[in-house]
Design a protein around this ligand. Structure first.
Ligand code: ATP
Ligand code: MG
Length: 280
């Protein structure tokens, strides 16, 4: 049986017994298509994220990872998609019970999303600095925009923040664009960052740098991160806990170390076999 006993699996981040989860998802179900014969994209999924934890949702294409992540902030595309059951509790708030303005505040200021393709999320006609500044202007009144933009660009490891702020997205490499996207997500000072396949479009070296950046942001800002990936190698590198999904359900979960060293479910073993071995 393949396990990760020969790989460096990070120690689970300790949270004290008094710390509360930032996010608790319970029995979440999301359907698409007709009422009579729906596609059960997410089927009774539960998971939680503690303060400053990196939690991974892993599973093959179509297993329901992105739909689960979108449902956290009620972003499932309607009317094709419907949240048909379950609850999401974020910092003690019942997300599915929130009104429109509270929901907008939650999305703008508490939960930030980054996606796979920075090129589709960054607007080509505005400078990077302007786009990051826009989020600050909208959500953080009283903050000095220019200084904060440059600080954010430095925080995500972009060189020469003054110059980078003036650059347009096409002037940056893929890795730099992804860093700019992360800076944009951080601009509203979120509590939870949802990173949906944030490195899939990048080459392996840049992929590693972006993962290191996520870990660093967790350490420096106490950010909680939901990381979505189909790659258990990435999970092994950065996640404290992992939830393995297939066909809209969580089939195995636990501390990353435990799950990867002694996977209990056949599907987890199958995913482990799909991870390329770089070390003997
Ligand atoms: N907009 C949509 N309209 C109809 N069905 C959808 C839509 N979005 C998702 N689905 C359904 O939900 C299922 C789960 O999709 P989801 O995007 O969550 O998968 P995923 O695990 O994120 O896959 P991937 O790794 O390819 O991103 C899909 O198989 C699809 O059937
Ligand atoms: Mg997806």
């Amino acid at each position: 049986m393949e396990t990760f006993s020969n790989l460096d699996v990070p120690q689970k981040k300790k949270h004290s017994s008094s710390s509360h989860p930032v996010l608790v998802v319970q029995d979440l179900s999301v359907h698409f298509g007709s009422l009579a014969d729906p596609v059960r994209a997410v089927n009774g999924v539960s998971f939680k994220i503690f303060d400053g934890e990196i939690v991974a949702l892993v599973g093959e294409s179509g297993s329901g990872k992105s739909v689960s992540a979108l449902a956290l902030a009620r972003l499932v595309p309607e009317p094709a998609g419907r949240i048909v059951g379950g609850s999401v509790c974020f910092q003690g708030l019942d997300v599915f019970g929130l009104g429109t303005s509270e929901l907008r505040k939650l999305r703008g200021e508490r939960i930030a999303y980054i996606f796979q393709e920075p090129a589709t999320s960054l607007n080509p006609v505005f400078s990077v600095g302007w786009q990051i500044g826009e989020a600050i202007r909208l959500h953080r009144r009283g903050v000095k925009v220019k200084a904060e933009v440059e600080k954010l660009l430095a925080d995500v490891g972009l060189p020469d923040p003054k110059r980078t702020a003036k650059a347009y997205p096409h002037e940056l490499s893929g890795g730099m664009q992804q860093r700019a996207m992360i800076a944009m997500a951080l601009a509203c000072d979120p509590v939870l960052l949802v990173a949906d396949e944030p490195t899939t479009a990048l080459d392996v070296t840049v992929q590693k740098q972006i993962l290191e950046l996520l870990v660093e942001l967790r350490e420096k800002r106490g950010l909680s991160i939901l990381l979505i990936t189909h790659n258990l190698g990435i999970v092994a590198e950065v996640a404290d806990c992992v939830y393995v999904m297939t066909d809209g359900e969580v089939v195995e979960s636990g501390e990353t170390k435990t799950v990867l060293r002694s996977p209990k479910h056949d599907y987890t073993r199958k995913l482990l076999r799909a991870v390329p071995r770089l070390r003997p």
